[in-house]
Design a protein around this ligand. Structure first.
Ligand SMILES: Cc1cc2nc3c(=O)[nH]c(=O)nc-3n(C[C@H](O)[C@H](O)[C@H](O)COP(=O)(O)O)c2cc1C
Length: 436
């Protein structure tokens, strides 16, 4: 990556599209959707984006009434990633796999397999998972406490990293006469006995051509910064203000230093957006999406992050004052910090609060391609971010394609985004030259 340039990763998730099926012209046929998923990665590669991220909340809703309102397009991220690897030749690919609901050996094996078959283009979004519907899908009593999830994540990622180093890059000797394929001194066994995992294993795959698949983390709480700073190559930062994003970035750098790492994770800030050819068109689209989303869903957006700690809201009285938010939560601390800050601005009613926050705790943008480019350049120059995660508010295929075709050329023109890939691996795209 050239000096002064930034990274861009495009995010898709089956959840974000839930109510856009009601927009006129929405593409609902299953085969059409599958075709769009294939076309999307080709569009992103054409625009030279760093990667696509397949976000995942592990299990869908267990509420049949909700499924009655939305299309069931809840595809598995690893499968989407494998398809993307076949559709493209340079784009990075980052599936999400949960440190709470998955197992380290399986994750290490799946991600490294995909990495080899894609030529070193894969990353793993290691999330502790905030879904409160996952526990019942996995036969668990409830979501484990926040600190326990991060403690498990710490052990989990350490094991995965070790398994990915089972064979040193120079382990092959291929001595046919002696029948020795690998130098035994270059094979590393993984032995761990921790609170959450006990493992004795060797992963039977040679080292990745990019040294190791890229590790991504996406929580910005104190625990999230600790785990991200210790292990991640990149962190997705979900903050709505430059100063807060810059603080998380500095926090990650400090943690990385304290662990003696030779580099800090790249901080990629969330950009939650609606782009239109004019401001009016973008505003209209955002209004339309909000109107099509049932009120219980819009309220759920700011309560789902808190589980049982969520404030009780009367859906029939949206003019009532917004209830107090809890001080902390076992579910999603980054979102709670945002909602508490906004609630303290002034005494909002529920209706006003919904309007003010409009669906996400991330930085939110509604406007034209020119304005989007200005905004990203400004965030990057201010030192708040090393790059961005594009999170379309709705219509991921349409909005990400619009970004790729209308915003990227402006960024290229300004010299802040590549015109072509300069390397072959995801690590190359992200500009991570070293390996720790
Ligand atoms: C860009 C971005 C993508 C994320 N993707 C996921 C995801 O796919 N699945 C998930 O469970 N959480 C996802 N998260 C949430 C975080 O991974 C993390 O689990 C959550 O923020 C809880 O941790 P915290 O309390 O440290 O914030 C994402 C967050 C951001 C900013």
């Amino acid at each position: 990556m050239a000096n002064g340039q930034f990274s861009i990763v495009a995010l898709t998730t089956s959840n974000s599209d839930a109510y856009t099926w009601r927009l006129p012209g929405a593409r609902l046929n299953l085969q059409t959707r599958i075709g769009d998923a294939r076309q999307l990665v080709r569009n992103l590669e054409e625009a030279k984006l760093d990667a696509i991220l397949y976000a995942d909340f592990v299990s869908g809703s267990s509420d049949a009434a909700r499924w009655a309102r939305i299309p069931p397009f809840d595809f598995d991220p690893l499968i989407l990633a494998a398809v993307a690897a076949e559709e493209t030749s340079a784009l990075g690919i980052i599936p999400t796999l949960s440190t709470t609901w998955d197992e380290p050996y399986r994750v290490a094996r799946e991600i490294l397999s995909l990495d080899h078959f894609s030529g070193g283009r894969v990353g793993w979004n290691a999330v502790t998972s905030i879904s409160t519907t996952a526990p019942s899908a996995f036969g668990a009593e409830g979501l484990p406490p926040h600190a326990t999830r991060y403690e498990r994540a710490d052990e989990f990622i350490d094991i995965v990293k070790s398994l990915w180093s089972s064979f040193a890059a120079d382990s092959r000797v291929e001595d046919r006469d002696r029948g020795i394929f690998n130098d035994i001194g270059r094979i590393v066994e993984t032995h761990r006995s921790g609170k959450h995992f006990t493992i004795d294993a060797i992963l039977g795959q040679e080292a990745s051509v990019q040294g190791r698949p890229v590790i991504v983390q996406a929580g910005s709480s104190a625990d999230g910064i600790e785990v991200g700073g210790k292990y991640a190559d990149a962190v997705f930062v979900g903050k709505d203000q430059q100063s807060e994003a810059a603080e998380v970035r500095a926090g990650l750098q400090a943690v990385a230093r304290s662990h003696g790492r030779p580099y800090a994770p790249r901080a990629l800030s969330s950009f939650y957006f609606v782009i239109g050819s004019t401001q009016e068109e973008a505003d209209r689209l955002e209004d339309q999406i909000d109107e099509l989303t049932p009120i219980e869903e819009r309220v759920a957006v700011f309560s789902k992050y808190f589980g049982d700690d969520a404030p009780r809201i009367d859906l029939d009285d949206l003019d009532a004052p917004i209830p107090d938010f809890p001080e902390t939560t076992e579910v999603q601390q980054t979102a709670l910090a945002f909602y508490r800050r906004v609630a303290a601005e002034r005494p909002y009613s529920v209706r006003e609060f919904l309007r003010r926050t409009r669906g996400r705790y991330f930085f939110r943008f509604t406007g034209t391609p020119e304005q989007a480019a200005d905004t990203l350049v400004d965030w990057h120059r201010s030192g708040a971010a090393d790059g961005f995660v594009l999170n379309p508010k709705a219509d991921p295929f349409g909005q990400l394609t619009r970004f790729a075709q209308h915003v990227v050329p402006i960024l290229q023109e300004r010299g802040v985004f590549r015109r072509d890939y300069s390397g072959a691996t995801l690590r190359d795209h992200l500009g991570i030259a070293e390996l720790d």
